[in-house]
Design a protein around this ligand. Structure first.
Ligand code: IPM
Ligand code: MG
Length: 367
């Protein structure tokens, strides 16, 4: 039986990096005799131009029908007007909500050979291995009311941070379970000294921690967490937090790895797919980088590592995922660098060349 993979390349560098990631998936599938059936869809700015909506109905339908989704990035200067009622980002928010992708995993690992690429001191970054789990379908990004309006004394605007016990519990539980498979440490991040939703978050986290006595548990306030994350990042294993805090902290955490061009992500829901695993959406955490789009300069490794996460989390193919990760590590170890990875005196290679090198490593591993 074929697994259905929906490919949503999106805008900017999305098509370039996902193009490489898709080729990697095809290579692995061919080698391991896995039947993958690819469909493509147009979302984001391109969909606004072509269909007048960032997330066309038939794309959403194909997404609901897929076992997993591989996504690039959306957005660009052409669609940047924040006052416009149709914005590329709505495609992402719409997909996450419609598919119930509540758990967003963003692993951050310092690769030894790239430690120099981080602006932080090597002795801080060396050995970092953490994963942020960001709650993805609730909180202030979805709460109602959310609007700008005319008030008594001029314009006013409101956003609402709303969480139910059920939403908080399921993402924290997901985090505790993951911590059990890792170094058994969980940090829950909130703003319980100010926000009611955070006080509920902390209450539930503390209650749940009693069920997971084998996991070392702590709560941190998001402001000091922002500091700890770059002062002593090695101390963290699994970090679980609400939607907006997770959005902010994961951009910060990407600095630890040296480049956003290295960081993959998985967004998982409760629904089980035809492979018997969670339906998921897999995407690099970087954006559409319109400034370098179409120039074969983008780093495809985050998209390629997202494809590895797809195999592992939505298809249960751990060994095949590992094959990709090892190929990426090997290519980095050999000194190949895209421009974002910097390095004095380096001769940079392009997106396509980087993709090809990873593919060749995978092919060479065939026995
Ligand atoms: C991310 C992005 C998105 C988010 C934007 C593009 C809506 O920043 O995935 O982190 O805020 O979730
Ligand atoms: Mg973000």
């Amino acid at each position: 039986m074929a697994y259905k993979i929906l490919v949503l390349k999106g805008d900017g560098i999305g098509p370039e990096v996902v193009g490489e990631a898709q080729q990697i998936l095809k290579t692995v599938a061919r080698q391991s005799a896995i039947d993958l059936e690819f469909k493509e869809g147009i979302i984001g700015g391109h969909a606004i131009d072509a269909f007048g909506t960032p997330l066309p109905d038939d794309v959403l339908k194909n997404a609901q029908d897929a076992d997993a989704i591989l996504l690039g990035a959306v957005g660009g200067p052409k669609w940047d007007n924040p006052a416009a009622d149709k914005r590329p980002e709505q495609a992402l928010l719409g997909l996450r909500k419609a598919l119930g992708l509540f758990a967003n995993l963003r692993p951050v690992r310092a690769v030894k050979e790239l430690i120099g690429a981080s602006p932080l001191k090597p002795d801080i970054v060396n050995g970092v291995d953490l994963v942020v789990i960001r709650e993805l379908t609730g909180g202030i990004y979805y709460g109602q009311p959310s609007e700008k309006r005319q008030g008594k004394d001029g314009r006013e605007a409101v956003d609402t941070c709303f969480y139910t016990e059920q939403e908080i519990t399921r993402v924290l539980r997901f985090g505790f379970e993951l911590a059990r498979e890792r170094r058994k440490k969980l940090t829950s991040v909130d703003k319980a000294n100010v926000m009611s939703s955070s006080r509920l978050w902390r209450e539930i986290a503390t209650e749940l921690s009693r069920e997971y006595k084998d996991v070392a548990f702590e709560s941190q306030l998001v402001d000091s967490m922002a500091m700890h994350l770059i002062r002593r990042p090695r101390d963290f294993d699994v970090i679980v937090t609400e939607n907006m805090f997770g959005d902010i902290l994961t951009d910060e955490a990407s600095v630890l790895a040296g480049s956003m061009g290295l960081l993959p992500s998985a967004s998982l829901g409760e629904e089980i797919n035809s492979a018997g695993y969670r339906v998921g959406l897999f995407e690099p955490i970087h954006g559409s980088a319109p400034d370098i789009a179409g120039r074969d300069e983008a780093n495809p490794l985050a998209a390629i590592l997202s494809a590895a996460m797809l195999l592992e989390h939505s298809l249960g193919l751990r060994a095949e995922a590992e094959l990709i990760t090892q190929a990426v590590d090997a290519v980095i170890k050999e000194g190949h660098r895209t421009r974002d990875l910097g390095g004095a005196g380096t001769k940079f290679i392009g997106c396509k060349a980087m993709g090809r090198l990873v593919r060749e490593k995978i092919e060479a591993s065939e026995t």
